[in-house]
Structure formats: structure tokens, C-alpha cells
Design a protein. Structure first.
Length: 645
RNA sequence: GCCUGGGUAGCUUAGCGGUAAAGCGCGUCCUUGGUAAGGACGAGACCCCGGAUUCAAAUUCCGGCCUAGGCUCCA
């Protein structure tokens, strides 16, 4: 073993340090300031304690308090603080696993009943531990000793068997005599935590497997300072403000009543938005060469037998199916079988392909009750679905054109989406050859369009590779909306064919695609995205006229019925003050308010105000109408009518 | 489906063994207002449903339904 090791720093420079020198030593070698600020290190990409000795050549990055990585370290220590507090107050509690997460940490525990009161007591104890500022010390113990310590704890023993397989000795972190098996790293002392709190709890399964023991997962978070925690809490409260369920109620868009769990009822305001979306998507489907069809929700269950879906769905209990007159019926969980039927009704030449069918298809899926969530996860949904039957040599062009339109759509809504390519998994059908070809086709299409995407290896459906578009909700959760999928399974299983140039039957490839996904989920996403401030073309109410006094209602009616008849306009004729009418219109997120009094009536103008700022413009009616028309026709997100001096 | 919360007027919530309260909204009236909440009066509640305990239950207990967050799931 050499006396020195060579470390490579992030800027590419190298440094020689003594064998066994620590991460902290390297930092001090760079500069005393950095040395003092060092809290941990990234060695060849692995997060380690600052006192970790370096025994071989490596790349190293110093982690300081300013970095996200540090926050992870701090929160990991937070998890230990919770665990110690829990065992102080409930010595019988068994610990399983307690990692940091993006937003904080959790610890899976068992052997205790935790209600709000006991958690409050634990939280108080946590604060005491932080205040006491105990040092954290890394201690190596022989493997045998660790197994002894956890004689009664199957979870820690499992960790020793798996994560720490073959390691001897194994590391513990000790604070105030309390210890936990842990790889680290951690901050120096519990006092480094400036603010710590518990957030919620839930059930979790050991190793995430429903078959395993159920544990109690307690979530918390920790920050370097109270201010950061306060900012975090504020962000959560802001997220609540944009919750689509709250806005949906406030704007009277939809409801999901107890008599149909998971099935949204669109109120008139919500239906106006949905209709605009439908018309928009119809245009896009026309552009893509789709023919609109309509297929029934009610089918014999036999329909889904040859495709293999019936078996799969029934196993999961995800299909609504029942027996009637000795025959099994079901509500369709997807539209593809029906569309394949329409394809199969006719004969198709290679010249006719692609053959494309679109449908606003309403499907029902028996999602688990605990999974339902407003419009984002529902049991009844209407997809802007479409299926294209294409030749193998058409894959790339078909996908490229579809993605081009999809990109255009998401640009229009100013929505940031994550493109994900899901590739072949273990359960795949079809030969490797076609999978490779199809996956490459999807890649080529995305690259041709310059789209950034991530690859989720092995995540594809069994029938073909898939591109999913994920959007985030107010809480940062990801939801798949649009999707483009290739399918080799259904054409095979249903024996779909077209006649080739050689006058022989050939197998088409099927493309499943949804541009918005479903109207339900897409609306949920854009409600949160726009915080209810829909672009004018989508807004249920586009203009509200506020007469200054009742004498001006006549002028308001003329505006609504004659000048602005092509828009969605209402008149606020309640006997309120102008200030109150403005307040209410802001609360209702109406894009434009027109304040009209005697002055405006005389000159044929309107005093315009938008919902975002105290923006004022006095415009003659025709100018306002023309500008509003442009904004609506172009489906603009930003208001076009601005202050005029 | 599982764990922990929650379900009280149209909405948001307070009350938590002694017969239901506030703000907003709604109705009537006064006010006719000029750019972010004018005033008065009034109507409105099987306190989620079913059982149990009690002289007495919105309140305690048991069961169910719905709902929130998370877990599992998402063809």
C-alpha cells in the first residue's frame, strides 16, 4: 500500500494526501475556511462523513452547509434525533430504517402506538436533544456484536444481511450513549439542527412490500435555522392555496360527491373549460390525421379476453365487471380493444396506413379507495385517446409528428413536463428485434425534436415501449398526463392485418396515445398550474362588467349583448359598492373587469382592469373587443390588454 | 386495501356530556356608490349513517360510509 493517495477535485485539479487522511484534511489542505465549513464529503459520488479516511485514489467533492447534500446529512441526523427521542419516551419501540428524503426524513418504527398526543411528547423530547447539543460519534463494531445488539430486531438484522452484507466491522453512530446502526454521514452534533419538526405519519411496509410486516412511518423535517423551517411551512401553505380541489370549489368547477367516489361531476363552469379543451384537441387530432369515433362503455367482458387485459385487470380487481343473464359484462377500462375492432371491420392496404381513430373515451377503473385524489386520481375518466395502426417503417415518422404536436400543446399551456422513456421489462412480449427497433424509433423521434428525456429502464408495459409525460402538482407529486406507446401485442393477439405490396397479410404496429391524458387529470394539473387564473380562452367567465351604479346597468347590458356577445360575459348587478364588486371579481379570478359609469356610457368606452394588478386602461369598446378577440383566438396565457399611459 | 387525522348552516371553521356558534355566502330593506370588503334585519343545521353507554350524546364507545396525507398499486 502506498504512502500517499491522489484525490481529484471537482475543478479537475489533483492533490496528494497521506494515506488515511480524512475528507476534512483535504478540505483544510485547500483552505482553512473550507476546512471549517466542511460537513461531509462526496467520494467517488458516495456521501461520506468528513472524518472518513481516504485509502485509495478517488474523486472528491467537499460538502459544506450551503449545499443540498448537507441538508440531506442534517436531516439524516434529524431522523436519529427522532429515533432517540422515541426510544427515550417509548423504550419498547423498534427501529427499522430512517433515511433522509427530498423534503425531510422519515423513520419506520414498530412496537408503539403513536397518536397525536404521544407524537407531541416525542417532538418535545426531540427539541431537548437538539438543545443538549450531543456530539455524534462514528463507532465501528464487529459484525457479531451488531447482530447481538439487534437480537430482537429483525429489520436491523435484515439490513446487516443485505445492505451491510460482508462488512465487518460495521458502523454505528452514537449520541449521548444512544446508538443506531448507520452508514452515515452525520453532522458533528445534534445542535447543528436549527429547527426540527414532525410532519405526519402513515403505514409503510418493510422493504415496500405489501407481503411484509407493516410499520409505522413517521415523517419529519429539519433545517439549519428556524427561518428556513418557517419558509418551508409557508411553501406548504401556498401549495394548499393552489390545491385544485379547493379552487374547484371556490370557482364552482366540479365536485366529487360521496355517491360516486372517484367520479367527477362537472359543474357549468368546469364544463366550459372542458369544452374548450375538447375543441382544441379536436383540432389537433385533425392536424394529426385522426378520425373521431365513439365506442360504448358497456361491453361483454369477452372483449378483453384475447388481448390479455381481462385476466390482468381482474386479478388486480381493477375492472368493474359483473354477471348479468349468465353473461359477464364490464365497463371498459380502456378504449383500445374497441378501436381495434373498428380497424378489424375493414380491409386495409399498406397504402391506407396509418389508419387513425380518436375518441374522447370514458373509461372506468376500480382504483383502490385510498388512492383516489380529487381530479388527479379517479375511477371514471375521459381520455383524449387515439390509436394509430401503422407499418413498422412508419414508427419514427408517426411518433415524431405526434410528439411535435404534443410539444406544441404543452408550450401553449406553459406547462413544464418531464419526458420519460420506459423501456423493455421482464414481462415483455414480442421479440427483441422489434423492441430494439421500436425503442430506437422513440429515441430518434425525441432526439430529432431536441427533447430532453429520462430513461426508466424496464418500466414499460408488457406490450411495448412507452413515452410518458409527467407534470407536477402543487405538492411536487408527479402525474403522468400525455403518453405515446407502441404496442406489438394487440395486433398479434387479435390477428390484425393489412395487405402489403406483396399481396400478403402483414402485421401492423399499434400506437396508443393521449395528448392531454384525461380531461380530469389535465384539468387538475392546470388548475394548480394557473392557480385558477385560467388563460382567457379557457376562463369560464371571461369578462365581468361592473356598473358603477344601477343607472349604468342598461349600458352594461348593451355591452354584453351587442358588443361582446361572442365572449363569456356577466354583469355584476348586485347593489354593491364598486370596491366590493372589484374585490369579488378578483376572488373569482375573472380575467377582465369592465368598470362602467356615466362617463363611459357617454363616450362609448370601458375602464378595463385585469385580475393580476391594478392595471387600468380606458379603451373604446371596439378596441377592447378586438384585443380580447386576439387574446382568445391566439389562446394566449399572458394578458394582452395593458395600461395605456 | 393499510396507518393516522377529519366529517357541525351553501363554504371555512369554533364548540368536545346539559339541548348549537361565528365569518363569508344567501334573502329583504336602507344606501346609488368611480377602482381590492357600506349598513341594518332575517332565513338557513336529523351536528355523515347505524348501534351502544348515560337521567342526558354533536361531544364517550363500537361498526360502517366518505374524505386528507402517506404506504401499496397505477395495465
Amino acid at each position: 500500500m502506498s504512502e500517499h493517495v491522489t484525490v481529484v477535485l471537482p475543478d479537475g485539479s489533483t492533490m496528494e494526501v497521506e494515506h488515511g487522511a480524512t475528507v476534512e484534511d483535504v478540505a483544510y489542505g485547500i483552505g482553512p475556511g473550507l476546512g471549517r465549513d466542511t460537513v461531509a464529503g462526496l467520494v467517488d459520488g458516495d456521501l461520506v462523513d468528513k472524518v472518513t479516511p481516504l485509502t485509495e485514489d478517488c474523486e472528491i467533492e467537499i460538502v459544506t452547509e450551503d449545499s443540498d447534500v448537507y441538508r440531506q446529512v442534517l436531516r439524516h441526523t434529524g431522523a436519529h434525533v427522532f429515533a432517540q427521542a422515541l426510544q427515550r419516551t417509548h423504550p419498547e419501540a423498534k427501529l427499522a430504517i430512517g433515511p433522509p428524503t427530498d423534503d425531510g426524513f422519515y423513520y419506520d418504527v414498530t412496537g408503539v402506538d403513536l397518536d397525536e398526543e404521544t407524537l407531541a411528547a416525542v417532538e418535545a423530547e426531540m427539541e431537548a436533544i437538539v438543545a443538549a447539543d450531543y456530539d455524534l460519534e462514528r463507532v465501528e463494531r464487529p459484525r457479531e456484536e451488531a447482530l447481538d445488539i439487534y437480537e430482537d430486531n429483525p429489520y436491523k438484522r435484515d439490513i446487516l444481511e443485505r445492505e451491510a452484507a460482508g462488512e465487518d466491522p460495521v458502523s454505528f453512530y452514537v449520541q449521548d450513549g444512544w446508538q443506531d446502526l448507520c452508514e452515515g454521514p452525520h453532522v458533528d452534533s445534534t445542535g447543528a439542527i436549527g429547527a426540527i419538526t414532525l410532519l405526519e405519519q402513515s403505514a409503510a411496509y418493510w422493504r415496500g412490500d405489501e407481503e411484509n410486516d407493516q410499520l409505522t412511518r413517521v415523517y419529519g423535517t429539519a433545517f439549519g435555522s428556524e427561518e428556513e423551517l418557517a419558509a418551508f411551512i409557508e411553501r406548504r401553505e401556498e401549495a394548499e392555496e393552489r390545491d385544485h380541489r379547493k379552487i374547484g370549489r371556490e370557482m364552482d368547477l366540479f365536485s366529487v360527491p360521496a355517491h360516486s367516489p372517484g367520479c367527477a361531476h362537472y359543474h357549468p363552469n368546469g364544463m366550459r373549460i372542458r369544452r374548450e379543451l375538447q375543441e382544441y384537441i379536436r383540432d389537433k387530432n385533425d392536424d394529426l390525421g385522426y378520425e373521431e369515433v365513439c365506442t360504448p362503455e358497456l361491453n361483454k367482458a369477452k372483449l378483453w379476453e384475447p388481448t390479455g387485459h381481462l385476466e390482468a385487470f381482474k386479478e388486480e380487481g381493477e375492472m368493474f365487471a359483473w354477471e348479468q343473464d349468465d353473461t359477464e359484462y364490464g365497463l371498459k377500462p380502456m378504449n383500445c380493444a374497441n378501436h381495434a375492432h373498428i380497424y378489424d371491420e375493414g380491409q386495409h392496404s399498406y397504402r391506407d396506413l396509418p389508419v387513425r381513430f380518436s375518441e374522447f373515451g370514458t373509461v372506468y377503473r376500480n382504483e383502490q379507495s385510498g388512492e383516489l385524489s380529487g381530479l388527479l386520481r379517479v375511477r371514471g375518466l375521459t381520455q383524449d385517446d387515439g390509436h394509430a395502426f401503422i407499418r413498422r417503417d412508419q414508427i419514427e415518422s408517426e411518433i415524431t409528428e405526434t410528439l411535435r404536436i404534443i410539444e406544441e400543446i404543452y408550450d401553449l399551456f406553459d406547462l413544464e413536463v418531464l419526458y420519460k422513456l420506459e423501456t423493455k421489462g421482464d414481462n415483455a412480449v414480442g421479440d427483441d428485434d422489434i423492441w430494439r427497433e421500436a425503442t430506437q424509433g422513440l429515441r430518434n423521434s425525441m432526439e430529432a425534436l431536441g427533447l430532453e428525456y429520462s430513461v426508466e429502464a424496464g418500466e414499460a408495459a408488457f406490450y411495448g415501449p412507452k413515452i410518458g409525460l409527467d407534470a407536477r402538482d402543487a405538492l411536487g407529486r408527479e402525474w403522468t398526463i400525455g403518453t405515446v406507446q407502441l404496442d406489438f401485442n394487440i395486433p398479434e393477439r387479435l390477428d390484425l392485418t393489412y395487405v402489403g405490396e406483396d399481396n400478403q397479410p402483414h402485421r401492423p404496429v399499434m400506437v396508443h396515445r393521449a395528448l392531454l391524458g384525461s380531461f380530469e387529470r389535465f384539468m387538475g394539473v392546470i388548475i394548480e398550474h394557473f392557480k385558477g387564473n385560467f388563460p382567457t380562452w379557457l376562463a369560464p367567465e371571461q369578462v365581468r362588467i361592473l356598473p358603477v351604479s344601477d343607472d349604468n346597468i342598461g349600458y352594461a347590458k348593451r355591452l354584453k349583448n351587442r358588443d361582446l356577445s361572442e365572449f363569456r360575459v356577466t354583469i355584476e348587478d348586485r347593489s354593491w359598492t364598486v370596491g366590493k364588486k372589484i374585490q369579488q371579481s378578483h376572488d373569482d379570478r375573472v380575467p377582465y373587469m369592465l368598470i362602467v359609469g356615466d362617463d363611459e356610457a357617454e363616450t362609448g368606452t370601458v375602464s378595463v382592469r385585469d385580475r393580476f394588478e391594478n392595471q387600468l386602461a380606458d379603451l373604446d369598446v371596439e378596441t377592447f373587443r378586438a384585443q380580447l378577440d386576439t387574446e382568445v383566438q391566439q389562446k394566449r396565457v399572458e394578458p394582452t390588454i395593458v395600461r395605456n399611459g
